[in-house]
Design a protein around this ligand. Structure first.
Ligand code: HEM
Length: 134
């Protein structure tokens, strides 16, 4: 059994860590180093889906009752729903970001990147600042 506090805190640290990677990939992009941008984002892709996916599975599938109680006791149900409205579509977009990037479908990749950036900013802000971790 994992305490909700530990899982929530781990999720926040993971979101911050992968966001640093994403920002680094954008710096590489701005410097014209597309290859490095792609490399960093492959790591971003794997870590995001593995770490966040794994922890979300614990929270939503393995111990949903404990998490529902943790969230309800802190009156954070609305905050969690808002967070999921950003994080779910962001996660769904990730494979398409990787595919369009690897295939050099530049127009599609940039169009998706605009939507993804808004969704990721929402995921970060609601996840790190709105959700409780103690
Ligand atoms: C969020 C803002 C992002 C912007 C503005 C952006 C933009 C770009 C641009 C302009 C390229 C060059 C396209 C070309 O070669 O024609 C590129 C390549 C690429 N991007 Fe992104 N991208 C973003 C996020 C991502 C994400 C989240 C992923 C993966 C999950 C990703 C994966 C890739 C890959 C794999 C390449 C190919 C790199 C290579 O040529 O070796 N990008 N991106």
């Amino acid at each position: 059994m994992l305490a909700p506090e530990i899982v929530m805190m781990s999720l926040k640290v993971a979101v911050i860590a992968v966001t640093v990677l994403l920002l680094a990939s954008l710096v590489a992009l701005a410097r014209g180093n597309y290859r490095l941008h792609g490399r960093i984002n492959m790591v971003f892709f794997v870590l995001t889906l593995a770490a966040l996916g794994g922890l979300e599975v614990i929270a939503r599938v393995l111990e949903p009752q404990m998490f529902d109680e943790f969230i309800a006791a802190r009156q954070a149900t609305g905050a969690l729903n808002t967070h999921l409205m950003f994080s779910m579509p962001a996660a769904l977009l990730l494979p398409f970001m990787l595919f369009t990037g690897l295939r050099h479908k530049r127009t599609a990749h940039i169009a998706l990147a605009i939507i993804f950036s808004v969704l990721w900013a929402g995921t970060f802000i609601t996840g790190v600042f709105f959700l409780p971790h103690h």
